[in-house]
Design a protein around this ligand. Sequence first.
Ligand code: 13P
Ligand code: SF4
Length: 300
Amino acid sequence: MQDIFQEIQELKKTRKALILAHNYTLPEVQDVADFTGDSLELSRKAAQCGAPVIVFCGVRFMAETAKILSPGSIVLHPDPTSGCPMADMAPVEAVRKYREQHPDTLLVAYVNTTAATKTAVDLCCTSGNAERVIASLPKEQKIMFLPDGDLGANVSRALNRPMELWEGYCPTHYRIHPDDLDKARKAHPGAEILVHPECLPAVVQKADKALSTGGMLKYVQESPCREFVIGTECGILHRMRKENPGKAFHPLEPVPVCPNMKKITLEKIRNCLRDLSCQVELSPETIRMARTPIDKMLAL
Ligand code: 13P
Ligand code: SF4
């Protein structure tokens, strides 16, 4: 492992590359990255960094977002097959059709959408700012929230704001059942239970907090509580434990895993940096059109 770490560090210098990693990636991938964060933090980093080469360790739509925000950089996605099944639940053709049929409705897309789909929506949001984005819209505005019907339902409930919801969901968070939280409360009575807002509303209602991955990391640092049960993809536990050595973190059982996030390995990072392979290619038109809803979000 040490050898490949060293190899990546050297290639990184030669290529003047920046390695960005999502909080769900493998521990060793997070350790080799220059910056690890949630979707919103990583989008901001990609927009500001100006690095000639960005290696994006996460799923496809995240690497595409980095390319959209930093079109002058070469963006490498170490495994192009690492996609987000939820993003694929809102294909651009279906979204365009909905738009034609509902000309008065504003389309708000969770950032977990393909670049193609972003060209057909009005505004983006992430789990870290979804409530703020929706709250910024006039009360009478009709909204379709896509593709995550669960995140949409959780935001709608928190803001008491009706919205049309796309029938998409995250297969990893969808498997978390309200009973799993009851069991965790019994097993760890002193712990706070944090879940991701992609979980089912019945799960969110049983949790102490629903936060983006970045929000959870901040919360566990600031909370006086010493013990937490974490209801999201298990990759996040690595940073939590590293950054909070005196606190205890338990995953919810059964442990939630996103298999696509785990496809990004050190070997694939080394290979793409060495060969400048796995470049994210988007047409200038796609970049231009997909950037508008992301920029609107970042400006809020
Ligand atoms: P965050 O933006 O909270 O990191 O979430 C991204 C994601 O894909 C959650 O499943
Ligand atoms: Fe997509 Fe869910 Fe994996 Fe996040 S955890 S990348 S939403 S499949």
